[in-house]
Design a binder for this molecule. Structure first.
Ligand code: PGA
Length: 271
């Protein structure tokens, strides 16, 4: 074995050591996709699959299928949740779903403030902050999405933008409430485009977010998990997992097929 082969072997061992010990969030965001038949097929493929005990595995389907998740994942490690939730318990809010209804089907997570909610449905930081607060006080784990568009990345104003998204959504939370929050950094230019942020871009941005959280909220802020989302797939998940400050992934397209969802999970189990 020559010098380079030994170096590659050591590197491989090191990587698999890190991957095997760190716990990652692996959360699929199905958006407005799949029919009942397709949901059943997917769940039948994953329900008894061994995802190991290390990672936090979850799938977030469209609301009408939550009952299937409740039925079919009873003995599975896969948690699930909703893609949006209203901050009130019930009432005259046509078209909305409340945290109470989400919980009724066994939901664990609620994606809050996804860029598609912000940009297509005009959700603002204030509403998003109310939703986050309502989740943490009602046993739902909010996955607060933040992320800049291409223009802000290119003209280098994205850090100010991310800072405001964080502060506006989290500043009315107590330290105990903050402990229940998960953040997903999803640069809009990398969502559904096939363009992934490079591991260096991901690392720099996650470290920036981590510093903001630590400066604003101290020890509690430091421990908030930060997921990355944007064209994550089996072929790039490992290099992204090694970037500093990455606690897991929010995965759109590649979570829609059981095979690729399983493959991503296997990679994050060091298999
Ligand atoms: P993508 O979506 O993986 O298809 O880019 C990620 C997301 O929007 O959560």
């Amino acid at each position: 074995m020559d010098h380079y082969e030994i170096r590659d072997l050591v590197k491989k061992e090191l990587v698999s050591g890190i991957i095997k010990t760190q716990d990652f969030y692996v959360i699929g965001n199905w958006k407005m996709n799949k029919t009942k038949r397709e949901v059943i097929d997917f769940l039948d493929q994953v329900a008894s699959y061994d995802f190991g005990s290390k990672n936090h595995v979850g799938i977030i389907p469209s609301n009408p299928y939550l009952y299937l998740f409740e039925q079919k994942l009873r003995y599975s490690k896969i948690a699930y949740g909703v893609q949006n939730v209203h901050f009130k318990e019930s009432g005259a809010f046509t078209g909305e779903i409340s945290y109470k209804q989400a919980l009724d089907f066994g939901s664990k997570y609620a994606i809050i403030g996804h860029s598609e909610r912000r940009n297509i449905f005009n959700e603002c930081n204030v509403i998003i902050g109310q939703k986050v607060k309502s989740c943490v006080n009602n046993h739902l784990k909010p996955i607060l999405c933040i992320g800049e568009d291409l223009e802000k990345r290119e003209n280098d104003t994205y850090k100010d933008f991310l800072y405001l998204q964080i502060i506006d959504a989290l500043s009315n939370l107590t330290p105990d409430e903050l402990k229940k929050v998960i953040i997903a950094y999803e640069p809009i230019w990398a969502i559904g485009t096939g363009v992934t942020a490079t591991p260096t871009q991901v690392e720099q941005t996650h470290v920036f977010i981590k510093n903001v959280l630590a400066n604003e909220y101290g020890e509690v802020g430091k421990n908030i998990p930060i997921l990355y989302g944007g064209s994550v797939k089996p072929s790039n998940v490992l290099e992204l997992a090694l970037a500093e400050g990455v606690s897991g992934f929010l995965i759109g397209g590649a979570s829609l097929e059981a095979d690729s969802f399983i493959e991503i999970n296997n990679k994050l189990n060091g298999k």
